[in-house]
Design a binder for this molecule. Sequence first.
Ligand code: ZN
Length: 325
Amino acid sequence: MKCLGCYKKIEKNEYCLSCRKKLFDGKRVSTVLEFDKPKPENISMYNEHSKRMSISGVQLKYSLKLVGKKLELCEKNGQYIIKPIPKADHLEKMDDAPENEHLTMQIASQIFNIKTADNALIYFKDGTPAYITKRFDVKGDGTKYIQEDFAQITNRTKDTHGESYKYEGSYLEIGELIKKHVPASMIAIENFFKIVLFNYVFSNGDAHLKNFSLIRNEYGEMELSPSYDLMSTIIHTPGEQDTALDLYYKDHESGYYTTHGHYGRTEFIEFAKRLGIIETRYLRIVDEFIKNEVNVISFIQNALMSCEAMQLLVKNLQLRLIRLR
Ligand SMILES: [Zn+2]
C-alpha cells in the first residue's frame, strides 16, 4: 500500500515515518479520523456568493488540532486545516477534489522542489476523503508568524474592489512587491516565477492574490511563504480562464497571444525578463517542466485519483507543455 502523504510504498496502512515527522511531530496518527464529515449548513450561501465559478469559493475549511495521537475539530488555535469534498452541483468531479489538491501539492514539492505546506490525504469515519494540511504560520508554542497575502498587501478588499477583488492585478505586480519587501529577493523572485509557471502547466486557474503570501521568518525578515491551495482547477471548472491573473499589463496584445488566444513560451519569457531573471536561470526553469513530462505522468498514474480525472490531468498537462516548447 501507499503512504497517504507522499505515496511511498509502505507495509502498514499508516503515514510513513517521514510524513509523520513532517505533519504530526512523529506521532502515529491514524489515516482515519474518529468523526464524520462536519455538516456544512452554510454551503448554499457560499454557492450564491461566489460569482466567479471557482473552487475556492465552495471549499469549506475546518480547523483541527492534535491532542495526543488524535486529531480533533476545534474553533480556535488550530494547527491543521481540513477540506472535505465540496458540495457544489455546478462544478464537476468534486469527489476528486481532495486528492487533486494533495497530488498537485506533492508534484510541486517532490518533483519541482517547490516549498509547499505539508499535506496529506485523510479519511473521515464514514470513508470519504479529505485534504489535510499543516498550518505553516503557527509555531510550535501556538503563537503565529506574521503572514499577509497579496490582497492584504495591496489593500484590496470586497469593499474597495468589489466581489472579485482577489482577481484584480497581475502576477508582475506581485513580483514587484516581493522585490520591495523581501531582502535579497532574487531567489524569491525565481521561486515565484516557477510557481506561476507551475500553475499554468498544471491548469490551476484559481491562483489569485490570496494564494500568494509573505511571511515573517524567525529572523524578522519577510519571505515568500510556502505554496498552498495548489490544484488542477480545470478538472472541476472546465470553462475557466487559464490563469486567475494576467502575467503583466497588456500581455494579451503580444503577437503569439493574438494569434493563438492563449499564453505560450513567449509570454512567460517576457514575464521572466520583466521580473529581472537572467536568461540562463529562466530557461532552466522552463526546461525543468518540459524535461519532467514522463516523470510527472508516472507520478500521476501512481496517485489516488479516479481514472477519468487522472486522464484529464494528463491531457491538460500535455497541452500546456506543447505551448511552452
Ligand atoms: Zn509518506
